[in-house]
Design a protein around this ligand. Structure first.
Ligand code: KG4
Length: 333
């Protein structure tokens, strides 16, 4: 079954061609350079750029997979969650394509597709536990089956990626800050740069907004006193604190719920310290860890196609009435 998939939930326009878990092509047109000018994603600009790019990106995906429109058996699309104007571009494009080709339309939840990035070129199968960390989400989920999820916990305020991005911006690092912060971070020093330990009622919940504000306030304090801050050391201190929280809560969730297989997903899964810290803890606790290839960590349509395949098998298709939705939990029915 050949699936053409579309992703436009934030600032990447992507179209892929997949067959089951196999990726035949995956074209990503990023808007990062433009949003860099503003220090973050400008939703109206994102929507416009998706509209401009999507047809050419689709053409390229077909060419690279060496297939024609007539070879497509279904069209999958990210319908939620994300920036509403950006999502609408992909959803309407996919609806038009599915309608004109007379093939099924498959709605795919963005976080489910991030998890599915782990299926590409791997033998991972549910059930397993997954930590999904991106710019807008931080959740621990039981993946009971390919389309059956149970949310164990999530952020009560900011996502980890948001915390990285905003502190990076205060440090004068370029957007997307999380990536730059990870690149320049050296050795943490918690005595020089003390940061709070966030508290949450829910044992598997996260809170990153206090940590973000504390780090930004620290940067402003140094600035007001005309004291120089070591950007690589503060970056490392914040990165270490965030990774420790993510790792400890996830390992605790795995131990308490008896999972011996764990996956990492979402844009922040590219973080070098998070990957190594989780690996170390998994090894210590006899847990098998799956991480997506770096090229599938950020937003891309290949993961949408792979999850779309499993959604299709479980009968989750949509008709021309499909609409984009800005927020919807991963365990929606
Ligand atoms: O999943 P994603 O591409 O987009 C959504 O939010 O859906 O995630 C983007 C987030 C941004 O916050 C970006 O700064 C962060 O992932 N990110 C990283 C790294 N690479 C991307 N954060 C920390 N370290 C990285 N290496």
């Amino acid at each position: 079954m050949i699936i053409l998939s579309v992703e436009s939930s934030c600032d990447e326009t992507s179209v892929a061609v997949t067959q089951g878990r196999r990726v035949l092509s995956n074209v990503v047109a990023t808007q990062i350079e433009e949003h860099k000018l503003y220090g973050g994603v400008v939703p109206e600009i994102a929507s416009r750029r998706h509209t401009e790019a999507i047809t050419a990106v689709c053409r390229k995906a077909l060419d690279e997979a060496d297939i024609k429109y007539g070879d497509i058996n279904a069209v999958a699309v990210t319908f939620a969650p994300g920036l509403i104007g950006a999502l609408l571009v992909g959803v309407n494009f996919a609806k038009g394509l599915a309608c004109s080709l007379d093939v099924p339309l498959i709605p795919v939840h963005h976080l489910r597709s991030h998890i599915a990035a782990n299926y590409i070129d791997s033998d991972l199968e549910p059930p397993f536990l997954c930590l999904t960390v991106s710019g807008g989400n931080t959740v621990i989920t039981e993946v009971k089956d390919y389309t059956s999820f149970k949310l164990l916990g999530g952020t009560i305020d900011d996502a980890a990626g948001e915390c990285f991005d905003k502190v990076a911006r205060a440090l004068g690092l370029s957007y997307p800050g999380g990536v730059t912060l990870d690149k320049i971070a050296t050795v943490p020093d918690e005595e020089m740069y003390p940061l709070p330990v966030p508290h949450t009622e829910g044992v598997y919940d996260f809170s990153f907004s206090g940590l973000k504000t504390a780090a930004v306030n620290l940067i402003h304090k140094f600035d007001q006193r005309n004291e120089e801050i070591s950007v690589p050391v503060l970056a490392a201190t914040l990165r270490h604190r965030v990774c420790r929280i993510l790792t400890d809560k996830t390992i605790l969730a795995a131990k308490n719920s008896g999972y011996t297989v764990l996956a990492l997903a979402g844009g922040v899964s590219a973080n070098s310290e998070l990957r190594s810290m989780l690996k170390d803890e998994c090894d210590k606790n006899n847990i098998q860890l799956f991480v997506p290839e770096l090229k599938y960590c950020g937003d891309n349509a290949a993961m949408v196609g792979v999850q779309g395949y499993y959604e299709y098998i479980s009968g989750n298709t949509a008709d021309i009435e499909l609409n984009a939705t800005a927020t919807i939990p991963i365990d929606y029915r």
